[in-house]
Design a protein around this ligand. Structure first.
Ligand code: HEC
Ligand code: HEC
Length: 330
């Protein structure tokens, strides 16, 4: 006992010295810009009523890849949120049940535990609220929740896995728990340690000069007003005229005139691999996405050099992809 405080004091001195040292070593001329950002943690906040146990994550992983909770038996969450395609689908607008094309581009589910609003229009606040929508949506998986639950009960493995994931429930295979398991799994799909994160943590060589210039433009011209926080989104809604989109966005949720054509700020984490962009997939290039942003959100035209710098910066936001399993069908 007597030694612990001394040890603590000694390590604090070392820590202080390290900080003082790195403080001066960090000077690369961009210190004030770095201060606008924060590295991505390995986990997002975990809600008190859905603890992140390994059993829940494993079950959520199985359900995410389970096509038999769709009415056709062939569409799972991973059909549109495909791990090989940045957990999205690389097409402008999602294709679901019987080949129907939806109105909107599929966002990545990577780092979605960091968002405080889900969907382009924010109609769900949490991943739990979000999870059951796609199963029932006519143009996505087109399956009633009762039927989905009945199907899960038919397999030997699911009753066991639900019981292990929700040990306090007498009848654990229910819609709430499907949502909790899917949400829990998605909270593990994070991408820390991008080059930008390494830079923010003190590795000044992790970004080159052009990428640092892009970071500077991102701050100076105001992108960071909306794209901020660990996932580079404020989860707020802004009016925008995206080329080719007649979608009324947030207005469809609130009925508030001020929300007509307003959409959620998307994450910019892994943006280089989650093309095409915008709520309707209007463009597949980051150059064009940046030009649209300059014009629509900031009322300015960028020079091609500024666009190149910004795009170079955006490429540094690709992190380490999470590990997961494609479960064998039970
Ligand atoms: C047919 C394709 C398709 C399927 C299947 C699908 N999704 Fe999606 N997902 C989308 C589209 C499109 C959106 C955006 C819809 C909107 O904003 O209105 C979306 C949005 C989301 C979001 C919100 C992300 C954000 O940035 O706001 C999450 C989380 C998500 N889906 C998880 C799931 C889960 C879990 C499943 C399986 C239960 C699933 N999706 C099945 C296409 C699909
Ligand atoms: C006023 C808030 C705001 C500002 C400022 C802003 N953005 Fe955005 N950004 C958004 C919103 C909202 C969207 C979604 C637009 C839509 O409906 O498709 C978006 C979309 C994007 C996309 C496409 C993401 C995707 O997955 O489809 C990129 C890339 C992007 N912004 C980069 C930037 C850059 C770079 C800047 C500065 C030049 C910037 N943004 C300034 C709010 C903002």
């Amino acid at each position: 006992m007597g030694h612990a405080p001394k040890f603590l004091a000694a390590s604090m001195v070392c820590f202080g010295a390290a900080l003082a040292f790195s403080g001066s070593a960090l000077a690369d001329g961009y210190d004030t810009y770095r201060g606008h950002f924060e590295p991505l943690p390995t986990l997002p906040p975990i809600p008190a009523d859905n603890s992140l146990t390994p059993e829940r994550v494993e079950l959520g992983n199985m359900l995410f890849f389970e096509p038999r909770i769709s009415s056709s038996g062939v569409i799972s969450c991973a059909t549109c949120h495909n791990p090989a395609l940045g957990w999205s689908d690389r097409i402008p607008r999602a294709v679901g049940h019987e080949g129907q094309v939806g109105e909107r581009n599929t966002p990545t589910v990577l780092n979605s535990g960091f968002f405080t609003a889900q969907f382009w229009d924010g109609r769900a606040a949490t991943l739990e609220e979000q999870a059951l929508g796609p199963i029932e949506a006519d143009i996505e998986m087109a399956m009633s929740l009762e039927d989905a639950i009945e199907r899960l009960k038919e397999f030997d493995v699911y009753p066991k896995k639900f019981a292990a994931a929700f040990p306090d429930d007498d009848d654990p295979i229910n819609a709430d728990n499907v949502a909790k398991a899917l949400a829990g799994f998605q909270r593990t799909l994070n991408t820390p340690n991008s080059r930008f994160d390494r830079y923010l943590k003190g590795d000044l060589m992790a970004l080159n000069e052009q990428e640092k210039q892009g970071m500077k433009s991102f701050v100076d011209s105001g992108c960071v007003a909306c794209h901020n926080g660990p996932a580079l989104t404020d989860s707020q809604f802004y009016r925008i005229q995206v080329p080719g989109s007649e979608d009324e966005g947030r207005f469809l949720v609130t009925g508030d005139e001020a929300d007509r054509f307003a959409f959620k700020t998307p994450t910019l984490r892994n943006i280089a691999v989650t093309y095409p962009y915008m709520n309707n997939g209007a463009t597949a290039t980051l150059e064009e996405a940046v030009e649209i942003m300059g014009r629509e959100m900031l009322g300015r035209e960028y020079s091609s050099e500024e666009v190149d710098d910004l795009v170079a910066f955006l490429h540094t936001l690709t992190g380490e992809m999470p590990s997961f399993e494609v479960p064998a069908l039970p």
